[in-house]
Structure formats: structure tokens, C-alpha cells
Design a protein around this ligand. Structure first.
Ligand SMILES: [Zn+2]
Length: 342
């Protein structure tokens, strides 16, 4: 009989199909944890970068960023005359938060050779780490190569890589296709970069030079009009509040990517009253010390949770059985428990 094996085959195929369908619909198990692609499990990243230390950045951009809680990177040129008169103000600006300095060389005049590059780049990094934004010695700092005239940049790629390594500097992505005024003139073009990042769940960035100072006698180089700049910040703030965009500085983004890509998370134990996890990263923990965001499935009845790791305890609230929180990828056990009174 030929019908017997055929129907058996059909039955098996049907069972396999059903199993596949069920597996794809199975709810995540309590304790299941993933490392979020981006901080706070936001969809994408937008980096704002400001070059050359123009006065409009200090007078307009920084206060407007701080008002909205948006972070950006500012690439400094300590020997430039616009900087010298207001150096103390740049050092002060970090006290309000949201400001991270990067290296744009000492003079913006180019480099004659390797030794000169070591000074142009290394001394600028020293000024930032010791004078402008003191912090952990040798911490990573962002580097943006200045645009200089023909014949003014006289080291090759390998020599630049060497100087960046010697100074714990990370090269930022290129200016090409990302310059405000130069490549993009309208608000719509600048917000389109953000929409593109969200669609790709990736990172986009905009490099700004000057910012318009209304009523001032002179304006910055390539000053971005306030009636474009301020709505751009409002767009970024709204996208940040909606958890679509993570607006941060170049180094924090870079650290997150490196740590995330080198991270493993394990669920150690799950009981009715708690979940234990372990988060490790093979990245150098001296330089890569940002927390990563974890997303853990918890019982649907859990609301407020306490999360303990080493000496640190934080609170977070689960939403529909999903808890999103930050932890350090240092291998120290992470204990999640529902807060009392849940
Ligand atoms: Zn520049």
C-alpha cells in the first residue's frame, strides 16, 4: 500500500510545522537575558560633534544641550586664539554635564612629521585630560583629524595610528557626508539622519562647526542658524524621551560597542524570589568601563525590582515582565529581586 507511508510522512511534516510554530510563539522564560544593542535599550544612536571650539558652541550650544540633557563631543584646539581668551570658560562648562572634550590638535595647522604630530596630538590630549576635563588618567579620548590645506598633513596612516595608540585616542568617524552647513543645510536633512539611524537600528552623526550668536558683532565659522539648531535639539530630545535615540558622546558610544560585542551574559539561577546573572566582557576593563544595559525576563507580577552587583544596588521597574537595567560587565554576580511591597 502506498497511502500508508505517504500519510505517515504528512503527519510527521504536520507535527514538525506545529512544533516550529509553537517554538516561535513560546514566551521567553524567566531569567532569559540579552545585552541591549544600545544603552537603555534605545533603538539607535545620534552623535553630535562640534569642531574647533567656536565661541557659539560655548555660549549657545552647551547651555541648550544642558537644558535638554543631551550630550555631545567638542573637539578642542588649545592654541587657537578664539580659545585662549575663554579657556577658563571651557574648563567650567563641564560642571553642567553633557560636555565631553575631544582632541582636534593643538594648532589646527597640520603636522610636519611624526615628532611634530606627537606634540600636536599628544599635547592636546594632555591639556584635555589634565586641564579641561580631569578624570581617570589615560582614559580614552576621541580624536578628530583637522581639515588642513594641501601639503600640511605630513604623516601617513600608520604613523597616525601609532600616535593615537600612544595616547589612548579613538579616531572619530569621517567628516564626509556628515557636516552641518557643508553637506546638510536644512533641519529636515539633519533630522533625516536620526530617522535613518532608527530605521537601521544603528548610529548616525552630525558634525557642526559654528553656532549662530544672535546680535553678536561677528559670527563663528559655518555658524548654524539657531532656527535650525534649536529645533534639531528639540527633535533629538523628543526622540531620546521616546527611547528611540541615544544621544551621547563618541567615546561612550565606542566603549559601549566594544564592550557589548565582547560581552557574554549567563543566567546562573532562577527562583521564585530572585534571578542571578553574570555579565562578562573580554574588553580591557581599564579603558572599557561603561555599564551595559541588560534586558531580563522576570515574572509578570514583579514591578519595582532591586538589582545588586558588588557594592552597588539600583532600582528599576519591570514593565510587562521585562526589566531593563544597567550593569558592569566585570563578572561580579548580579542579583535581581522584587522590591518589598510588590
Ligand atoms: Zn577643524
Amino acid at each position: 500500500m502506498i497511502s500508508q507511508p505517504l500519510s505517515a510522512r504528512w503527519t510527521r511534516a504536520l507535527v514538525l510545522l506545529l512544533m516550529a510554530g509553537l517554538a516561535s510563539r513560546l514566551p521567553a522564560a524567566t531569567g532569559d537575558t540579552r545585552v541591549a544593542t544600545w544603552r537603555d535599550d534605545r533603538t539607535a544612536v545620534y552623535l553630535l560633534m562640534f569642531d574647533d571650539g567656536w565661541v557659539g558652541q560655548l555660549q549657545v550650544a552647551i547651555p541648550e544641550l544642558q537644558k535638554r540633557g543631551l550630550t555631545a563631543t567638542f573637539y578642542m584646539v588649545p592654541e587657537k586664539h578664539e580659545y585662549k581668551g575663554v579657556a577658563a570658560k571651557w574648563a567650567e562648562a563641564i560642571t553642567g554635564g553633557n560636555v565631553v572634550y575631544g582632541v582636534h590638535t593643538m594648532t589646527h595647522g597640520g603636522v610636519k612629521d611624526l615628532e611634530h604630530a606627537r606634540w600636536e596630538i599628544g599635547e592636546c590630549a594632555r591639556v584635555i585630560r589634565e586641564e579641561l576635563q580631569p578624570g581617570k588618567p589615560n582614559r580614552l579620548v576621541s580624536f578628530a583629524q583637522p581639515g588642513v590645506g594641501p601639503g600640511k598633513w605630513n604623516i601617513n596612516k600608520e604613523e597616525l595610528t601609532l600616535v593615537l595608540q600612544e595616547n589612548n585616542l579613538i579616531d572619530r568617524p569621517p567628516f564626509a557626508g556628515h557636516g552641518a552647513i557643508y553637506h546638510w543645510q536644512t533641519l529636515e536633512q539633519m533630522t533625516a539622519l536620526g530617522d535613518k539611524a532608527v530605521a537601521a537600528k544603528g548610529m548616525e552623526y552630525l558634525i557642526v562647526h559654528g553656532v549662530e550668536r544672535i546680535g553678536a558683532k561677528w559670527q563663528d565659522f559655518w555658524a548654524l542658524k539657531q532656527d535650525i539648531f534649536l529645533p534639531l535639539l528639540d527633535y533629538l530630545k523628543a526622540k531620546s524621551d521616546a527611547r528611540e535615540l541615544w544621544v551621547t558622546d563618541h567615546i561612550t558610544w565606542h566603549q559601549y560597542v566594544v564592550e557589548r560585542d565582547a560581552a557574554t551574559v549567563r543566567t546562573l539561577n532562577v527562583t521564585a524570589n530572585g534571578i542571578q546573572l553574570e555579565l562578562k566582557s573580554s574588553a580591557d576593563s581599564e579603558l572599557y568601563d561603561q555599564p551595559l544595559t541588560l534586558v531580563t525576563e522576570v515574572p509578570a507580577t514583579w514591578g519595582a525590582c532591586t538589582i545588586a552587583q558588588g557594592e552597588t544596588t539600583v532600582l528599576a521597574t519591570a514593565v510587562n515582565g521585562t526589566l531593563t537595567f544597567d550593569a558592569l560587565p566585570n563578572g561580579a554576580p548580579i542579583s535581581i529581586s522584587p522590591a518589598a511591597g510588590n
